[in-house]
Ligand binder design. Sequence first.
Ligand code: NAD
Length: 267
Amino acid sequence: MIRAIVVGAAGRMGGTVVRTIHETDGIEVKGAVERPDHPLLDHDVGQVAGLGEIGIPLMGDLERVIEKGDVVIDFTSPAVSMRSLEVTSGSGVAAVIGSTGFNPQQMERVAQLARKTRCVLSPNMSVGVNVMFTLAAEIARILGDEYDVEILEAHHRFKKDSPSGTAMKLGEIVASALNRDLDDVGVFGRKGVVGERKSQEIGMQAIRAGDIVGDHTVIFGGLGERLELTHRAHSRENFARGAIKAAKWVITQPNGLYDMGDVLGLK
Ligand code: NAD
């Protein structure tokens, strides 16, 4: 039985991970962590997640429960997830990080820490989105520079980072397939008299509304036609299922930084 510690366990994703682990064979919740000032600290995490009591209290410090786990599953924020990686690093406990919005300096630090632990980090744990990553690169290579690339994403009103980590990753993948650098060609929203679109641009538009779980579309626009690749998440459960798949996979791997492409054998 794999022992999981869920960090951010009272959050939207954390709660979904707790509920999904509860109905998955071969893995159980052995620890639950929240921010030290969370009002539900010491409450049973099963109750917090709407499952009823499971005998695991919500703790304010990962270090106090780390020895109870084989893997930490963390959906919080880059700063909190980096702290989780520092705690798992060298402890033998693996990490699955779902937080999004890491900046390049933070990613460098993550890569350093992952030398001393096994870590899957992915801005989108869904199987469908990871297949989309592979397909987007393939389509970009086939269509080449003749087709304009625009990426649209839509999420719920509570999302803090923009564009989504998934949209950024789609942008990087397509840019790389077209021998471009997203830092040079990314256009994040347009307003005013911006002039004609440059052929190398990769546009990004972010919509925030209501309770949209997460939609992503890559438009490849040619003259007289366009091809659209779309993924829509219907619930958070698909991310949680992906994170559990990653947890089961990563505990058998050598130290290093992996993504869902590795977990799903898409590379
Ligand atoms: P949320 O705000 O509902 O949950 C985050 C939780 O982290 C909160 O409960 C918060 O109290 C907790 N937290 C804050 N500081 C903490 C600390 N020091 N220690 C422990 N817990 C702490 O947000 P959410 O919608 O669940 O999203 C969380 C993250 O996951 C975001 O970065 C989001 O973009 C990302 N996300 C990733 C995927 C994916 O597939 N990779 C899918 C959905 C969301």
